[in-house]
Design a protein around this ligand. Structure first.
Ligand SMILES: CC(C)(COP(=O)(O)OP(=O)(O)OC[C@H]1O[C@@H](n2cnc3c(N)ncnc32)[C@H](O)[C@@H]1OP(=O)(O)O)[C@@H](O)C(=O)NCCC(=O)NCCS
Length: 405
């Protein structure tokens, strides 16, 4: 494919966003472009040029990912698009090659992304490391199974107060929750951006803070989409709900479920082990659906495996297949436990054979090797190796990424 891949210049940024959005059949306004610029890193923003025409793009954000036992740098891949006129000619493949080699040069051991379609990124070595749950429940079906008594106070606050209070809650949870990503001020603004086109006819955000004795210990940010033809049929759309205790979690959901003039409460981006399933009296009425959330790609296999902690002490020889980044391909000896890990290349016979995408899937401790073996993706060469790998890699809590980028 005869295209030139290079960094995008500051003055080209609006045209670059328009080119990406054309791939999504969206025409951005100036305010969209300004919002994207607030989080973009131009030295990581790539454009594919066909002569004078921008025909493809990808970019990365320098993010901080919580992994089992620590926090590491992650390249957050975004802004992936190829013009409809230039698709299926290898432009994305070329962009992915260039991007992953940049990521490696920067010393980031992992890359991560949210996918528009599940079929795109496996070939580039990404695997689904964190699942994401969504649900939609009728308000009159949202009764809890156990009696609920509120343990704090909930206050509706303005945006400015919310923006000051929410990060404190987020930061209390982030260090121990694999899959969570650090957010700076621009990211908080982006996450709760209220551009008219982003609201799809719903209200601006409402912010409710939960306070217990020690101060703010939870929040919910939601919109309401009005629908009132004779009977109230409006929908509460929960964008984010975070709580530092089970009691606060229950209080905040009870608040969402009990808002008047509402018919339905809907949300997505919830954890795979969403506790609400066990809180409501009719779990089926939650209509919980699981899908792919954060995709993870190990760019430096040894570096990534050494950077996390393991639930149990153990040693594994992993044979990794990596067609897209052949420098990763080979055998690795991993020696890891709760206090640290080492990983390097090895000539020993492998315990497990698997693809880089599968290793990416298991990396955050939520996807079991045994599940992937049953899916015909991971092969056991030494008896008991899959059970050992599951005992080592598994983690509590399950990975969850509430930050979409
Ligand atoms: C996804 C997208 C970027 C792919 O770009 P592209 O330049 O056409 O991709 P490539 O030509 O490099 O394709 C490489 C391979 O992936 C496959 N592929 C690419 N996009 C695919 C898709 N959406 N679904 C299924 N397969 C896809 C191609 O068929 C090709 O397979 P092959 O090597 O076996 O022939 C482009 O279709 C697009 O812009 N889509 C809309 C925007 C979007 O969804 N972006 C991703 C955001 S996360």
């Amino acid at each position: 494919m005869d295209v030139d891949i290079r960094l995008v210049a500051e003055e080209e940024f609006p045209a670059w966003i328009r080119a990406i959005e054309a791939a999504f059949h969206y025409v951005p306004k100036d305010e969209d472009i300004a919002m994207e610029r607030s989080v973009a890193e131009l030295d990581r923003s790539l454009v594919a040029m066909d002569g004078p025409q921008m025909v493809g793009a990808t970019a990365a954000y320098s993010l901080r990912l919580t992994v089992p036992g620590g926090i590491i740098p992650m390249a957050g891949v975004t802004a992936v698009g190829v013009r409809p006129t230039h698709r299926r000619r290898g432009i994305l493949t070329a962009l992915m090659q260039r991007q992953l080699s940049d990521v490696r040069e920067r010393g980031e051991a992992v890359a991560g992304l949210w996918a528009s379609e599940g079929s795109i990124y496996g070939r580039f070595g990404y695997g689904v490391a964190a699942l994401s749950a969504s649900f939609e429940i009728q308000r009159d079906r949202s009764i809890f199974a156990r009696p609920h008594r509120s343990g704090g106070t909930i206050t509706l606050v303005d945006r400015e107060s919310a923006m000051k209070a929410m990060p404190g809650v987020y930061e209390r949870l982030r260090p121990k929750q694999p899959g969570m990503l650090g957010r700076n001020g621009s990211w908080w603004e982006y996450r709760f951006g209220d551009l008219k086109d982003w609201r799809d006819g719903a209200t601006e955000f409402f912010f409710a803070l939960h306070r217990a004795e020690e101060g703010v210990d939870g929040y919910v940010a939601y919109r309401v989409k009005h629908d009132w033809k004779g009977l109230p049929k409006s929908v509460v759309q929960v964008r984010e709900i975070l709580a530092t205790s089970a009691e606060t979690y229950a209080d905040l959901w009870r608040y969402c479920f009990d808002v008047d003039l509402i018919d339905t409460i809907e949300t997505w981006g919830r954890p795979a082990d969403e506790p609400l399933l066990f809180m409501v009296a009719e779990p089926r009425r939650l209509g919980l659906k699981l899908s792919d959330g954060l995709w993870v790609r190990l760019v430096d296999v040894a570096g990534a495996l050494a950077a996390r902690r393991y639930r149990e002490d153990g040693r594994l020889i992993l044979e990794v297949r990596d067609g897209f980044l052949p420098e990763n391909e080979g055998r690795y000896e991993l020696q890891g436990g709760p206090d640290g890990a080492e990983c390097g290349s090895s000539r020993a016979e492998p315990d497990l054979v698997l693809g880089a995408d599968d290793l990416g899937a298991t990396y955050l401790g939520g996807v079991r090797f045994s599940t992937l073996a049953r899916a015909g993706r991971v092969y056991e060469r030494t008896d008991g190796a899959i059970a050992r790998a599951d005992a080592m890699f598994g983690w509590d809590p399950l990975p969850w990424c509430p930050h979409v980028f």
